[in-house]
Ligand binder design. Sequence first.
Ligand SMILES: Nc1ncnc2c1ncn2[C@@H]1O[C@H](COP(=O)(O)OP(=O)(O)OP(=O)(O)O)[C@@H](O)[C@H]1O
Ligand SMILES: Cc1ncc(CO)c(N)n1
Length: 276
Amino acid sequence: MKVFKALTIAGSDSGGGAGIQADLKTFQELSVYGMSAITAVTAQNTLGVQGVYPLDPEAVAGQLDAIGTDLPPDAVKTGMLFSGDIIRIVAEKVKQYEWSNLVVDPVMVAKGGSPLLQEEAVKSMTAHLLPLALVTTPNLPEAEILTGLHIQSLKEREEAARILHAMGSRYVVLKGGHDPLTENVVDLLYDGHEFIYLESTRIKTRHTHGTGCTYSAALAAELAKGKSVTTAVETAKAFIQAAIEDGLNIGGGHGPTNHFAYMNRLRRFGHDQNDQ
Ligand SMILES: Nc1ncnc2c1ncn2[C@@H]1O[C@H](COP(=O)(O)OP(=O)(O)OP(=O)(O)O)[C@@H](O)[C@H]1O
Ligand SMILES: Cc1ncc(CO)c(N)n1
């Protein structure tokens, strides 16, 4: 049996709901062997981020070399990268090892507002990493910072997606979780030719810690299995919808999404997603 491998390059969330921990749980649920390169350690729980401890860029490079020389991943995702220096090292290693199935989740701030990316690193993200991305998955505030646009209408979302595509990302998923105005959550997928809208019911819950990480990890896992971007985006959307619906009421603040929910439902309906 072929073993599909996915790598997450991201920060550690001690509370286990976002970052590396969310990514590895998601890979595992989707039957993909998970590997990690940690960029920063955060002291974090459902109440917020209490500390951020970035790793030396050399430590990030060392982890990527260890993986690149022995365990070539079938897909790679990036999450919290924290600094321009780390972004440059990651971009260099992605090129060196020719990791073409790259999902860039341009993480900037945690839900409570704590910065997870230094302001001056945004330029490195657009200059060095987006041109290497197969897919980038910004939320609305991240898309505004990356493009400089103020995004309100659907037309402006399409314009932002066009700009991100022109920056080099072959596909763009503009996530709509942060849009306070719409009853449904609308994500926009753009491949450089057409716009596909993925709409789902907005779940009213405060247990949304780690939604973005879990979503991009599910996308990377499906790409690792050889799925097309469109199919991988659809599965990732179903995965996150189930994970938010069954969100976990643990801790005193924003609880994490439920990484078991999607596969539990499929098992209940008597088929394994990996048979499809
Ligand atoms: N309340 C909700 N109900 C249904 N789907 C949601 C909800 N909130 C987010 N999503 C979905 O979850 C995915 C992640 O979107 P979101 O905009 O929350 O990402 P994010 O802001 O990057 O997450 P994070 O804050 O964890 O970094 C998207 O597919 C989005 O449509
Ligand atoms: C480590 C980490 N990465 C990403 C996010 C964004 O949800 C977070 N809160 N923590």
